[in-house]
Ligand binder design. Structure first.
Ligand code: PSV
Ligand code: MN
Length: 408
């Protein structure tokens, strides 16, 4: 069957089940959804094993990463910004950032039709083996604090006013460090940085259960991020990376608490099976449930832009084609979003009031897991004049062949 006909038939069925208005709303949400993609998905990330395997055509520098991100935006019309990591993208020696590179990259991105998104200070390269903001070595701490202030300044001048902080600080064995002192040092370094960062720059503090610390991490959970964010100020919030939790954590519950407490938040979307796999987002139900909370909490699509959270993908690839992987992520997020919009909140409220436990669950899952929303997502793409299947469109584009030839 022709794709247009398949879509129309699917839309009709969805309209019969959920109503015309809500299906149209779902199409519009997919059309308006934007997500930031990370520069680091396109570069080399070998780690040295398997003969330093890197897929052919990988981006060799920030300019090629921008070329790739710009191409992804062309295919999806959903990713107008690229997140960068200071010492991976704006440094010659992996130790100090270089403002000249930032200026050049800013202009280059503009030429390519995209812009710079979240700026990530890089706390985990040379000299950080004993920690970054909690390093016992003064000069190391100072260098990372300076880098954070620099991140704030460039976020304001060249990007979208947001910096996202992830610290590799922690310990491997009980007794190795003083846990109280370690936390206090983190707080002190954060306060010192915050004082010198332009006041309107937003800051998200990311938490992670482990890595490289296996016994302790200085910021292991959302509670710690939240306390630190609250200490700093109103424009500071919590960054939720889906891969950074113990197994089975109910992440939508974390989201709902942060919303209820009016805390600024953001996401690093990815899929986790073992730990911090950083795999492509798959169209899983947890993400649809998360979107449902975000919609209800009005921290997405809010006309008051200040209320919206930050939506980013944090992903790296192993053997899989990187473009397929990032396009798959965007597709999966759009599918999850389309599902979440279809949930009938009024019916949910009524069933909850009546204490109809299973009926409420069935009503919820009718949208979240039981229907096929691909017609909504495809229609949204047609209405934006892009191919209904960005991966197919990538495969037909010749881009892969081109980069494999050019980037030897
Ligand atoms: C750490 O695992 C993390 O999730 C942080 O967001 C980093 O910035 C990113 O991955 C890249 O290493
Ligand atoms: Mn992350």
């Amino acid at each position: 069957m022709e794709i247009e006909k398949w879509i129309e038939r699917g839309i009709k069925q969805l309209e019969e089940e959920f109503g015309k208005e809500v299906v149209e709303k779902s199409i519009n949400c997919v059309k308006n959804f934007e997500v930031e993609i990370p520069s680091w998905i396109f570069g080399s990330f070998g780690g040295g094993r398997f003969g330093n395997y890197t897929p052919s055509g990988f981006a060799r520098n920030i300019y090629e990463k921008i070329d790739d991100a710009s191409f992804v935006h062309k295919l999806t019309s959903a990713t107008p910004r690229i997140a960068t990591h200071i010492l991976w993208d704006f440094s010659r020696d992996g130790i100090y950032p270089d403002i000249k590179i930032v200026e050049k990259v800013y202009e280059y991105a503009k030429e390519k039709g995209i812009s710079l998104g979240a700026i990530n200070p890089t706390y985990f390269l040379t000299g950080s083996y004993k920690g970054s903001f909690t390093s016992p070595e003064n000069h190391i701490r100072k260098r990372y604090i300076q880098q954070t202030i620099f991140a704030g300044e460039i976020a304001k001048k060249y990007a979208n006013n947001l910096i996202t902080l992830w610290f590799p600080d922690g310990s491997l064995y009980p007794g190795q460090i003083d846990l109280i002192e370690n936390y206090k040092l983190m707080k002190k370094s954060l306060i010192e940085s915050y004082r010198k960062i332009p006041k309107d720059v937003k800051i998200l503090i990311e938490y992670k259960l482990f890595e490289p610390g296996t016994y302790s991490t200085t910021i292991p959970d959302w509670g710690t991020s939240y306390i630190l964010a609250k200490t700093l100020g109103k424009n500071v919030g919590v960054l939720i990376d889906l891969g950074h939790h113990p197994h089975g954590v109910n992440i939508e519950k974390i989201v709902s608490t942060l919303i209820a407490e009016n805390v600024y938040g953001g996401f690093h979307f990815n899929t986790r099976y073992s730990a911090d796999d950083d795999h492509a987002v798959e169209p899983n139900l947890q993400i649809a449930r998360i979107f449902y909370e975000l919609l209800k909490g009005k921290v997405i699509f809010n006309s008051d832009k200040d209320k919206n959270w930050a939506y980013m993908i944090d992903q790296v690839s192993g053997r899989e084609n990187r473009f397929h992987a990032i396009l798959h992520s965007i597709d999966s997020l759009q599918i999850a979003l389309a599902r979440s919009v279809l949930v009938n909140s009024k019916k949910m409220k009524k069933l909850q009031k009546e204490d109809e436990i299973i009926l409420a669950n069935r009503e919820f899952n009718k949208a979240i897991s039981l229907c096929d929303v691909r017609p909504i997502v495809y229609k949204a793409r047609f209405e934006k004049n892009i191919h209904y299947d960005p991966i197919k469109s990538y495969m037909e584009s010749g881009y892969q062949e081109k980069i494999e030839k050019e980037r030897k």
